[in-house]
Design a binder for this molecule. Structure first.
Ligand code: FAD
Length: 560
């Protein structure tokens, strides 16, 4: 059974060539639940429901995780700064979920040390930092099966300068080192979706839910538009779940009395990337803006450093937020203050991205004070909505939703013990297993490439090695500065319902943020060539796909 599920990950049934068959199923099957939205929230719900034996459909109008779930700070974290708002329950939930993720997705969740400094003229005193980091450890480990990676430790200034040589020395009173994790948000969403696919869920992208099918005023299905072919079709099911993040209000027709209308307060957060050598940071640092005292992160990500995020109310196009010159300058100014030798200017900027938070409305609160807790509510027409929350708490959110459904008695026998879905993802692979298995392939790849494919694809990395052992040229780098290779693109085309060039760059890999924007055109041409061959694209289609992606990149750095 376990092996069957693992084999299903690689049987090519969730690929572009099978898209018609998936839509065929959606048109004919009467599902237990239909999930609208293929971000991490919808993916988590689909996984949890399929694991409890329900027949699931999931419909996503863009590519999977195109909304907020590919645009986060990419941290599986407990949210240490929520302690300042006394959100102890949320921190307990997020730290314990973080620990579950690290233990059950070991290839893609990577612990990193965070430095939290007591600055002479700063808001965070030694006492406050010690209380926060102690609480952070205690909240995660108390009665938990999966413990924190390491406990925090306080260091005097001399030791801090040893650990982080480029950090500002003036007014530095020492600091604590605590641990959270780097992750790849878009890839985890895909792997969570696959957990449902291998349990017979039908999951589709580029299909928009445009209306509901109703019987006696109760929703019993959805009307969809296949945006690739401009064709409408119906999907029927017993229960429809709205997991559309920042689009939540577009789906709700009837609000219960205790839910504000609109329920979502969208706020924008941007990130900017540099080569790590241009900042020289060894670990992650939490710093406060010298403009307005807001906390944000300087995050190491292999050879790069991600800086972010901002938090500002947003009224623009939800699907297409971008970093502005003001956003970038706001972040760069403070990084230069705390890392006085850093080369952070527009000349050295590698890339930017922006995302919108699905915060649940709380009137009278500043953006950063709004709770990150999630919300589940029924509408009179029996639409069930789940929204808000954190990426890191996706499993707990899904568990709460399924327990709500179980309590209503809609599907007998689906109730489970708390934590039932804290299981290993089938794609997960321990490092030592990878090290012995990868040696059985005759391939000639540099170590950074081997590390990269393991970290991103887990067990899938073995499929990539298979591809390269058959065609050595697919082991070629796409960009000389990075470890991305053509073989991983082919893997994604065959196993991950990948339709467009932009999907490959933004959501199957991190090429959109790690390849310098000046080198994107060359990289796009190489990948377009491979996709054209695999999908039999015409020259015109290949050119259009390339133009669409490069237009996006242009907008991410339009202010330079
Ligand atoms: C800047 C920023 C940094 C963050 N950093 C972190 C972090 O480091 N760690 C963390 O834990 N959390 C973080 N978060 C929060 C986290 O990213 C979000 O809570 C999470 O991604 C929300 O996921 P979601 O699935 O609810 O929404 P989304 O990912 O937006 O998914 C909703 C999906 O619904 C689809 N949809 C909408 N309408 C329809 C329709 N009619 N038909 C079909 N599909 C539809 C959309 O296309 C979209 O893909 C961050 C958020 C932001 C903005």
């Amino acid at each position: 059974m376990e092996d069957d599920l693992i084999n299903k990950l690689f049987d090519e049934s969730w690929s572009y060539s099978r898209r018609k068959d998936i839509i065929g199923n959606l048109k004919t099957i009467n599902y237990d639940i239909i999930v609208i939205g293929g971000g991490i929230t919808g993916a988590g719900v689909a996984r949890e429901a399929a694991m409890r034996g329900l027949k699931v459909a999931l419909i996503e109008m863009q590519d999977f995780s195109s909304g907020t779930s590919s645009r986060s700070s990419k941290l599986a974290h407990g949210g240490i700064r929520y302690l300042a708002n006394f959100e102890l329950k949320l921190v307990r939930e997020a730290t314990t979920e973080r620990n579950w993720m690290r233990n059950h997705m070991p290839h893609i969740i990577r612990p990193i040390p965070f430095l939290f400094i007591d600055w002479e003229d700063g808001k965070d005193s030694k006492l406050l930092i010690k209380i926060a980091t102690t609480l952070y450890d205690v909240r995660s480990d108390w009665f938990s099966n999966f413990k924190n990676y390491k406990k925090h430790k306080w260091y005097p200034p001399e030791k801090v300068f040893e650990l982080e040589p480029e950090i500002r020395k003036d007014g530095n009173n020492g600091g604590a080192v605590y641990y959270d994790n780097n992750m790849d948000d878009a890839r985890i969403t895909l792997e969570v979706l696959k957990e449902a696919v291998i349990r017979d869920a039908d999951i589709i992208n580029y299909c928009e839910v445009t209306d509901y099918i109703k019987e006696d005023d109760h929703i019993k299905g959805v009307i969809c538009k296949d945006l690739e072919n401009d064709v409408d079709f119906q999907v029927k099911g017993k229960l429809v779940i709205n997991a559309t993040g920042i689009w939540t209000d577009d789906q709700v027709e009837n609000y219960p009395d205790d839910i504000p209308e609109p329920v979502i307060r969208p706020t924008k957060g941007v990130h900017i990337q540099f080569r790590r050598k241009d900042i020289g940071n060894e670990m992650a640092t939490i710093i406060r803006s010298i403009t307005d005292d807001r906390a944000f992160f300087v995050l190491p990500r292999e050879e790069h450093t991600i800086i972010g995020t901002t938090d500002t109310d947003y009224k623009g196009d939800l699907a297409n937020p971008y970093c502005t010159k003001e956003d970038a300058e706001y972040l760069m100014k403070s990084v230069k203050h705390y890392f006085p030798n850093a080369n952070v200017d527009f000349e050295n900027l590698v890339s930017t991205y922006a995302g919108i938070r699905p915060l649940v409305m709380q009137k009278g609160k500043a953006e950063s004070e709004v709770s990150r807790d999630h919300l589940i509510f029924w509408s009179n027409d029996k639409l069930l909505t789940i929204t808000g929350g954190k990426y890191t708490t996706f499993r707990k959110m899904a568990e709460d939703l399924l327990e709500e459904i179980a309590d209503k008695g809609l599907f007998p026998g689906i109730g489970r013990k708390k934590g039932f879905s804290k299981k290993m993802l089938k794609i997960s692979l321990e490092k030592d297993e990878w090290e012995s298995l990868s040696k059985t392939f005759e391939v000639n790849l540099d170590n950074d490439i081997l590390d990269h494919i393991y970290r991103q694809y887990g067990r899938g990395a073995m499929e990539i090695l298979k591809i390269i052992s058959e065609t050595a040229s697919l082991g070629q780098r796409i960009d000389s500065e990075n470890a991305f290779i053509l073989g991983e693109v082919l893997y994604s085309l065959r196993h991950e319902l990948t339709l467009h060039l932009i999907d490959v760059f933004c959501r199957r890999t991190e090429m959109a943020i790690k390849i310098d924007h000046r080198n994107q055109s060359q990289a796009a041409k190489k990948v377009a060539e491979l996709m054209a061959k695999e999908y039999s694209w015409s020259d015109e289609k290949k050119q259009n796909e390339t133009n669409d992606y490069l237009d996006y990149i242009k907008k991410t750095v339009s202010f330079i």
